[in-house]
Design a protein around this ligand. Sequence first.
Ligand SMILES: NC(=O)c1ccc[n+]([C@@H]2O[C@H](COP(=O)([O-])OP(=O)(O)OC[C@H]3O[C@@H](n4cnc5c(N)ncnc54)[C@H](O)[C@@H]3O)[C@@H](O)[C@H]2O)c1
Length: 444
Amino acid sequence: MKNLNRRNFIKKTSVASAGISAVTILPSAVWGAKVAPSDQVNVAIIGCRNKGFGILKNHLDFEETNCVAMCDVDRNVLEEKATEVRNTYGDSPKLYGDFREMLNQTDIDVVIIGTPDHWHCLNTVYSLQAGKDVYVEKPMANTIEECNIMTRAANYYNRVVQVGQQQRSNQIFIDVMKLIKSGKIGALRKVNIWANFNYGLGADPAMDSQVPEGVDYNMWLGPAPKRPFNQNHFHGSWRHFWNYGGGMFSDWGVHLIDMGLWAKDQVKAPAKVMTFATNNSSFNKKRDTFDTQTAIFPTKDYVINYEMVAGVQEGPYDSMYGVSFIGDYGTIKANRNRYRLIPEWDSKNEKHWAESLEVEGGKDSHSEHVRNFIDCVKSRKTPACPPEVGRVAAIHVHAANIAARIGEPCLNWDDKNNRFTNSETANSYIVPSYRAPWSLPKID
Ligand SMILES: NC(=O)c1ccc[n+]([C@@H]2O[C@H](COP(=O)([O-])OP(=O)(O)OC[C@H]3O[C@@H](n4cnc5c(N)ncnc54)[C@H](O)[C@@H]3O)[C@@H](O)[C@H]2O)c1
């Protein structure tokens, strides 16, 4: 971990130094002595408001990182967050409104991408082309083809890309995977996944309005279709509109379905998706996406079942979200903070197949996921959630969302040929249409 005392020391010293000026020389000397320049990692960020900024702070909490550049199309967000970086970490990043200009800055090693999902592909590919490593938030992108392009680009440019599915670095889930793979619950047959949160209903209705002062709205829209400004399509609530996100279904789906895939070491897009989705909440909120959805991803010997209900804060096993892994010998129920193993009864031997287990105390895993990324940036090893893993999780949610949007209860996916085999309508959703001057990046 970064020497936070050192950070505090910088801050406290400069406050104290109003009266004792000689002390101010110390921090940079201490800093230089701690981490050799060759081991330092210079961090930049595109999209600073919420999650991106959290991930930036996770980076800056480590000793060897420096924030050298920040970019946001909302000047208010940019200045507020840059001030926090200066005050808390003592770094003085250069500020940008256009990420393409930022990427010309040669001292940047890694770029954090915390923009809405419709921007992830362009932000990532441009960063990779500029020779940077990338931490891109999940869902990896807003369409299947963008995920394909990003995966190809990461390999083509030979850069480290970590997708922000931080449960891959969560100790509770790491331990659960070990238990499952050790055979503790026997053959894994099914995984039940659920996510129920209020925020999934979207924001209150609002009239279209003037673009707020300091916002480059055209750049916020980027490749998405032009539309008048509306607060409830903007910061935070964009995720409930298809042009920018996939709703709570994809928000949580990529995290949780990923656990079901990891348990089987399955880095494969689904061959089949069955789904039903509807909007049946009585609350008047604005969204394109669904508030109630169930999707099943069946294979011959394993079923992934994901259920989402937006607008409620309750779920099975007293948890708003979770994963229940069902094997012949027992079930493991897990979320980010705890897991419980409930063994089945072995009637032949008159005992349980395994010991009951209850483990609490998992912690937020963003920091571990970022640590893993920084380590891989240095070692050039594959990170915990590489693009291949992010892509497969994203295809699960996008395929189900496409099926739901076109009212097709079952779609068959041919991953090799990048197409649905039973619906031409579904195929029209694979590749997004970008608004000029933006175009889908081409990778050889
Ligand atoms: N890993 C997790 O658990 C987790 C949790 C929440 C959000 N996320 C993901 O993080 C991403 C951001 O979500 P959020 O809630 O922080 O959104 P947000 O709307 O709060 O923030 C997005 C920021 O990006 C900026 N932006 C938009 N277009 C830009 C561009 N072209 N260049 C520069 N800045 C631009 C916006 O002005 C805003 O400041 C999403 O992909 C979301 O799914 C991940």
